[in-house]
Ligand binder design. Structure first.
Ligand code: ZN
Length: 184
């Protein structure tokens, strides 16, 4: 079994760099496929809803997202998606505030205001161009993960740092009010 990719934690300089786009000839190579598979495995193992390449020490513009809800609330489900060189081409003026966490920021959550819906253009893992519109949890995850490609962490976007909390306190005080549900 392949070794799991290590996750870069806050303080690693690579998390603060602007990641490089893939050149067309890099997409679909064995090294590229291994990176995508390694990122999916690391995301599932963590487990996390998304992972950006800089989080596994690769400063390239690549994001994977997937969410399989542990309960039966299928509204939150997100099928596995791979975004290469993605760009947000439209964001809704309406916003939603969600307590976010991050695999690179252990045990911390904080409220971040994001656009409620976004439209994204990207290349898929074969290099084919695609465009999707996302809302709710998926839109929030997309914005969080794409931020990683520009060296931005969710903590940078927390306006009221007095609301930053550890996982246990998040569960205790905030877990009832998931904003993406309230905002639907
Ligand atoms: Zn993150």
């Amino acid at each position: 079994m392949a070794r799991l990719l290590p996750i870069a934690k806050m303080g690693e300089p690579i998390l603060r760099q602007v990641a490089e786009p893939f050149r067309p000839e890099e997409i679909g190579t064995p090294a590229f496929k291994a990176l995508v598979e390694g990122m999916v495995a690391a995301m599932r193992k963590a487990p996390g809803v998304g992972l950006a390449a800089p989080q596994v020490f690769v400063s390239k513009r690549l994001v994977v997202i997937e969410h399989v809800p542990s309960d039966e609330d299928a509204r939150d489900a997100i099928l596995l998606a791979v975004f290469v060189n993605p760009k947000i081409v439209w964001s809704s003026p309406e916003t939603v505030t969600t307590f976010e966490g991050c695999l690179s920021v252990d045990n911390l959550r904080g409220p971040v205001e994001r656009s409620k819906a976004v439209r994204v253009s990207y290349l898929d893992r074969e290099g084919n161009p695609g465009e999707i519109e996302a809302k709710g949890l998926k839109a929030v995850v997309i914005q969080h993960e794409f931020d990683h490609l520009d060296g931005v962490l969710f903590v940078d976007r927390v306006k009221d740092t007095k609301l930053l909390c550890h996982e246990e306190q998040y569960e205790k005080y905030h877990a009832g009010g998931r904003a993406w549900e309230a905002g639907e």
